[in-house]
Unconditional design. Structure first.
Lengths: 168, 526
């Protein structure tokens, strides 16, 4: 136990000492995000992430916004296990033929008002996979999309930025 | 002469015809008559070979029918056995009775290529869902991949367990975390899992078909997106296969830079995995600490190579980004921090009884079973199999074994703890390797010009990604275009291991077992 405490103590809070450029960006995005979330979602924005066919690159970066550096929880953003509690669907793509029905069902299970954010180049327009027998292309081919976050995969800062755009 | 070739030629004699257009020359491809396909498997099984992959190719553009291939591995040797099939009624004898992993490979061949494995015990489609039209075979040349498919009515037959108190838990495809989609169906009695049946294919994006519409140089971008977390290893595997077909000789520096990227990818993923495994045993401390170290690596990647996962930096003919002296210093100082904190955290992992209680003896994949299933990579090494392409089928620079002195850890307990320890020791080894690479990396250009592959030639490569052995097999068509690109991610075989490992465990341990395997859905579904 003493080792755990010592490690925690020694590590300190890493959320602060970021490289200067990134730190400014995160703070700027974060403060705005926090304000909007406080106002519109009474301090908590709940996100349900849905992989509709991605290569799992985008998932890695969505994981990263939860790490100690980006620490999205401090802005009131957290991820939920069920679409029934979600304010926002964060969908990575392209939407595959085999995931289309599951994505529609998840969308229908989310209570309105709901926001849909399409993540990554593939989520925007199908990316390198395009449209084919197995891939239907971007998320907007299947459910209405509010905001897109391009990138392959988008960086954690781009993700936070995109979420801010969607809620404001 | 290799052992496997000897075994095959002494048993089948004149029936074995050697193929001249298979590259690299160290990987031998031979053709046997269609009816001897299964007999060849029997002979090779007696010679202790493991089945590495099985696939089919549509060769109608060459004026032939179809071909089915099985790739066997024994120690350092790979042997590809091919059988030519007729165009009208393609079928071949199943290998399932000799090799368990053929079970899924052949369901996939049947579903996507429409070739019947004669005698296969389970003819349910795989990846092709029940709502696809029956006569759709995407990998055939006659199939138009650009049109969307219609949906038809159909039902999937699940495996059932009957009896008093047996109940069923369906999970997915949309899971409760930030992970990829797949469906799992548990038959359970009380807390205990009697059987787990996986249903994958949800992220089938038609990758193998897509390759056929791309040029050789564009293909590497797609290979880098087969499974995002393994982007470097997949790009290297694709590139090596193309380079072997064109006789392209890379500069030493390009090889060493590729190895640097590969080890950094292994390091970042293993760090994330150990954290996530501990998190699934409710020990979140490790997740936050290790994802902090992982983030440090990704940031250095971004700074030095312009991408956090080093995506699109490996291309056929070399790499697109170089490393300067300042970069070396950055990596070394980052590694000092990572390795210092990592060792402290491992002491904590090792000394926390509540964690031990969860990971030891959970999700055991016994060595005998692992061999039957021909699993690869970390899963195989945790179950007593000494397999690593960096050691046994070395690609440069790993072929300079006397210099790199790569140590490959092997454990025999096959539980979650063993899979964690394999990762821990591989992290230490990767850190050592990266330091060695930085010290000894030779100078020179980072890329070489490459001509295009000759028509009707084939290239093969096996690369050890962080999950395990990745195999690419490429075939050039009559005009020198990509006729077929077969991708075998380690997940294609290791998912079978998870089904076996979970049986007899309690349902709440499933996330823990699943995470300790951490297989790719995208790499499997393609």
């Amino acid at each position: 136990m003493i080792r755990i405490l010592r490690q925690i103590f020694r590590t300190g809070i890493v959320t602060e000492p970021l490289p200067a450029s990134a730190e400014d960006e995160i703070k700027l995005v974060g403060t705005k995000l926090e304000e909007t979330i406080r106002k519109r979602f009474s301090r908590s924005l709940t996100i349900r992430q849905v992989d509709a066919g991605s290569c799992n690159g985008c998932e890695l970066e969505i994981h990263a916004i939860n790490n100690a550096y980006y620490n999205c929880e401090r802005f009131g953003i957290h991820f939920t296990a069920s679409p029934r509690f979600a304010d926002m669907l964060l969908v990575t793509g392209p939407v595959t033929h085999n995931m289309e029905i599951a994505l529609r069902r998840t969308y229908n299970a989310t209570p309105p008002p709901k926001l849909v954010v399409a993540v990554g180049d593939c989520g925007c327009n199908g990316g390198i996979f395009g449209e084919s027998y197995a891939s239907l292309g971007g998320i907007d081919k299947v459910i209405p999309v509010n905001i897109v976050i391009p990138g392959c995969p988008p960086t954690p800062i781009a993700l936070l930025n995109g979420i801010l755009k969607a809620v404001s | 002469m290799s052992m496997l070739v000897d075994a095959l030629t002494s048993a089948l004699r004149t029936d074995v015809i050697f193929d001249k257009v298979q590259y690299p020359s160290s990987v031998i491809c031979c053709t046997v008559p269609q009816e001897k396909f299964s007999e060849a498997a029997k002979v090779l099984k007696m010679a202790y070979a493991l089945l590495a992959a099985e696939w089919a190719s549509d060769e109608t553009l060459f004026g032939r029918g179809f071909s089915v291939f099985a790739c066997y591995r024994w120690g350092k040797e790979y042997l590809i056995v091919r059988a030519e099939l007729s165009a009208d009624n393609p079928e071949f004898p199943t290998l399932t009775k000799r090799y368990l992993p053929a079970y899924r490979f052949e369901r996939q061949i049947q579903s996507l290529m429409g070739i019947k494995p004669e005698g296969h015990p389970d003819m349910r489609p795989w990846i092709k869902f029940e709502d696809w039209p029956q006569d759709v075979f995407p990998l055939r040349k006659t199939f138009d991949a650009s049109k969307p498919m219609l949906r038809v009515k159909g039902e999937y037959q699940w495996a059932r367990a009957d009896g008093e108190g047996v109940y069923e838990i369906p999970v997915g495809p949309v899971h409760a975390g930030i992970i990829e989609p797949g469906h799992f169906r548990f038959q359970a009695v009380g807390e205990m899992v009697v059987n787990l049946e996986e249903r994958l294919g949800y992220v089938h994006k038609g990758i193998e078909k897509k390759f056929e519409s791309l040029s050789w140089n564009e293909g590497v971008r797609l290979a880098g997106r087969v499974s995002g977390d393994t982007t470097v290893a997949h790009s290297i595997a694709y590139s090596i296969a193309v380079e072997s077909m064109t006789g392209c000789i890379l500069s030493e520096r390009a090889h060493w830079l590729r190895a640097l990227f590969l080890e950094r990818e292994r390091l970042a993923n293993h760090l994330g995995d150990i954290g996530a495994i501990c998190n699934d045993a409710a020990f979140a401390f490790m997740l936050y600490q290790l994802s902090r170290l992982r983030e440090l690596l990704l940031r250095t990647n971004h700074k030095l190579f312009g991408h956090r996962f080093i995506m699109d930096r490996v291309v056929p003919g070399g790499v697109t980004v170089d490393l300067d002296d300042q970069g070396k210093k950055d990596i070394l100082s980052e590694l000092d921090i990572v390795s210092r904190d990592f060792e402290k955290l491992i002491v904590i992992y090792d000394e926390t009884p509540s964690l031990e209680d969860r990971v030891i003896d959970t999700g055991i994949l016994k060595p005998k079973r692992a061999r039957e299933l021909c699993v690869v990579g970390i899963v195989a090494r945790a179950s007593g199999m000494n397999l690593d392409c960096r050691l046994f089928n070395p690609f440069p620079p790993y072929d300079q074994h006397d210099r790199l002195e790569l140590a490959v850890p092997v454990k025999v307990t096959g539980d979650v703890n063993a899979r964690v320890w394999i990762r821990i020791e591989e992290i230490r080894e990767s850190i050592r390797l990266i330091r060695y690479i930085l010290e000894n990396i030779p100078g020179g250009p980072i890329s070489t010009d490459m001509r295009m592959p000759e028509p009707d030639s084939a290239g093969f490569s096996a690369v050890e990604g962080w999950r395990g052995e990745i195999i690419y097999w490429l075939q050039a068509g009559p005009k020198g275009e990509i006729n077929r690109c077969m991708v075998r991610d380690p997940s294609s075989v290791n998912w079978l291991g998870l089904e076996r490992a979970i049986t007899g465990n309690i349902v709440p341990d499933f996330p823990l077992c699943n995470k300790s395997f951490n297989q790719s859905y995208s790499g499997h579904d393609l």
